[in-house]
Design a protein around this ligand. Sequence first.
Ligand SMILES: Cc1cc2nc3c(=O)[nH]c(=O)nc-3n(C[C@H](O)[C@H](O)[C@H](O)COP(=O)(O)OP(=O)(O)OC[C@H]3O[C@@H](n4cnc5c(N)ncnc54)[C@H](O)[C@@H]3O)c2cc1C
Length: 408
Amino acid sequence: MSSERVVIVGGGHGGFQMAASLRSEGFSGGITLIGEEPGLPYQRPPLSKAFLKDGDAARLHFRPQAFFETNNIELIPGTRVSRIDPARKHVTTATGDAIGYDHLVLATGSRNVRPPVANLHLDNVLTLRNLADAADLRARLSGARHVLVIGGGFIGMEFAAVAADFGVAVTVIEGAGRLMARTVSGAVSKHFLALHEGRGTTVRLGRFVSELIDDGTGRVAGVRLADGTRIDGDMVLIAAGVTPNSELASEAGLAVSDGIDVDEFLRTSDPAISALGDCCNFPDPVSGNRVRLESVQAATDHARAIARRLTGKPAPYAAVPWFWSDQSHFKLQIAGLGSGADEQVALEPESGGLVVINFASGRLLSVETVNSASAHMSARRLLASGRPVAQADLAAHNYNLVDYARAV
Ligand SMILES: Cc1cc2nc3c(=O)[nH]c(=O)nc-3n(C[C@H](O)[C@H](O)[C@H](O)COP(=O)(O)OP(=O)(O)OC[C@H]3O[C@@H](n4cnc5c(N)ncnc54)[C@H](O)[C@@H]3O)c2cc1C
């Protein structure tokens, strides 16, 4: 489709990678990248980590403006796409412009959930998804005395770690019985609970916030829990998870469940439209279950797979999912998806850190590591090989993933 036009909606991780990969795969047709955020596409993970400390926004850009000109990528920032017309093959922007496509890629990501809590409108109640949010959070953090974080997932805990570094008192309130429960094992949750508590952060597990308290001037003064307990604080971060931006797709009649449904080639129910990253729901090649992942790796690997397909090299998406989270001087890395694990081996290597190996029916399923990059890389290699790894074989190597990966 070298003379055709690919339009990409969403200029985040997946959208940017989509445009870049199309060119690196040799696509010579038109590429239009439309994003509702202003400016050049940028990396999101540092927003809850380094950016909160250094405030250096220029360092976040994937590529300078010249990259888009050199690669003949039409970048349209600050523009929201409000409608897709699949029959006429065009999208309409919020300002009413119609842009035609031969192939459309939806890379609209996800947005933060607003939990059912009263008074979310109060001043100094913040969320974190984009650069503008992070800049606001950073500016207000230096004036805060006690930050309350609603949600003990990756972003809430990364922010809690940075806030503690600023010398601000931090209380995290999490509805589940353990931290990051959606993505990590109990052993890893426990490890990070000890880490954060050891740094002076208060963590309230199994508690729900029902109301934010007004100080009488419209500014937040604390939270009230469902059990009536009041916790004082002068700043609140809502980090209660995300929901996929799939409305554009559903309004256009595409199949949508938890995200935009795609097949193993990342095609939506309309073959002229693909979807990737946070907004899409795809079949996991290992378990066969449909999943939606919120990770840079998934978004970029999806984009690469679509680019290969659109340039005549189709292959089902089969990358091993992996994730990371930096909290203080602890790096959590996860290779593979752990849901369905029926057995687990947790090790504390002499070098420090933690390695948790998850098995299903005696086979390696996923590996969670803390400050153990070599074990993480070995796990990724083993999982990517496609060869099943038997628990008994790993046990024969004392569950040393690096040794085992070298041996096979
Ligand atoms: C603070 C923070 C920290 C994170 N840390 C990590 C991490 O450490 N590791 C990791 O793997 N992942 C991390 N993530 C998640 C990761 O950033 C996402 O999974 C990844 O960005 C998904 O890429 P995407 O292209 O699907 O969506 P996004 O990067 O979110 O991009 C979607 C873009 O589409 C735009 N858009 C939406 N609707 C429209 C429309 N109708 N018209 C035009 N544009 C539209 C949005 O404004 C947005 O810019 C973090 C996320 C956040 C917010």
